[in-house]
Design a protein around this ligand. Sequence first.
Ligand code: HAM
Length: 429
Amino acid sequence: MDSIQSLRGTKDIYGEEALLWEEVEAAARSILSRFGFEPVRTPLIEEAQLFARSVGEATDIVQKEMYRFTDRSDTAIALRPEGTASVVRFLVQSGLAKARPANKFYYYGPMFRAERPQKGRLRQFHQIGAEFFGSRSELADAEVIEALVRFLESLGVSGSVIQVNNLGDPGDRETYTRELKKYLSAHLPKLCDDCRARADKNAMRVLDCKKPSCASVIEKAPRISDHASAESRKRFEGLVRVLGSVGIACRVNPRIVRGLDYYTGAVFEVTHSALGSQDALAAGGRYDGLVESLGGASTPAVGFALGVERLLIVLKETQKDFRPSSAAEGLVAVMWMGDKARAIAYQKLSELRRAGVRSFMDFEERPLDRQFTRAEKLGARYAVVVGPSEAEENAFNFKDMISRVETRCADASFGSKIAQIQSAFAAKV
Ligand code: HAM
């Protein structure tokens, strides 16, 4: 029979990579909770209109990339293409927006976009995101960006570039879009096919186009930051200043416009050269109108999301010897020969695990030399060996796999051996 393959643009994660994921998750949890974010897990499926009303009906995500289906009760459902809309839906539905003046959440999980797969671009990918509701202050934007930067620092990521821009208030954005459309319509013949189609319905996306043919038009296009109100500019300049005061350098790039409709005010992208053409490692910004447009009270908000697969590419390409710390945890091999020894060995294995020691045992009977070879291959630091004579005499052999010294011990001393193993592992010897 034919075997079944995974879908294009999806990935199985296993082995060392799966351990790295857990490390990344743990680092995110540690840093984001330090910054006061609480965990939230929202469903992977939502009503499709949630994303049409937030990300935007005319955006590429909603028009071309969202996985949609109609369920048995004829509800239009979407696999979530991003996390912000779901968190806002949750905030409004749960009543927390009313109950608490500020709400800060982080999330971790798969998102789905039917894009053309390539390096760093999948159809099921994972985001770590954080959203801060309830503050209009530029310190909230700074805090969100700082949490992201400290998270990357905690994993030893260097060389990422933070680019920021100011989209101004929603009114500013409308005036700007009108002006941009006028400009683009005067330069239509010079644009690529995609941008010609976008120029009217989704003009700001043209500014994101990487095709050389569009570059000269984009270069001379009006800049959105020039349309921001004096107050919005003051807040944006304040943000850049605050970030500088805590040692975070950012580059103001008037071409950062973001592909989702809900943004207002400051937006940002963190890029890394190790990623190639899909160079956005993380992105986010302020979205002060979204909570209200999804049925809540007017609530200012700002957040970010980072692509986990892209972060792993950066880690692997920039830190060739990056290994999950769990792979370096001490390991004990339990070995045995004969039926009586087998049962005793399993009890010893259980006792080691209950004491928190990572340990394993071969359940199939194999010659001891093969058990040793396997233990060496897996990196066992110590071995506990129960042969037929040890089983008869209530004893076991304890072997240091590095010095190869083997000592015979009475069963009664197993507890103190475990203590010795624990302190050796704690001291990483
Ligand atoms: P986004 O820019 O669409 O923003 O996605 C954020 C990050 O997710 C990207 O920078 C990238 O690392 C990763 N990403 C996006 N699409 C893919 C893909 N097809 N394959 C692999 N990785 C991908 C958002 O999703 C917003 N919700 C961010 C946000 C949060 N804004 C405010 N709060």
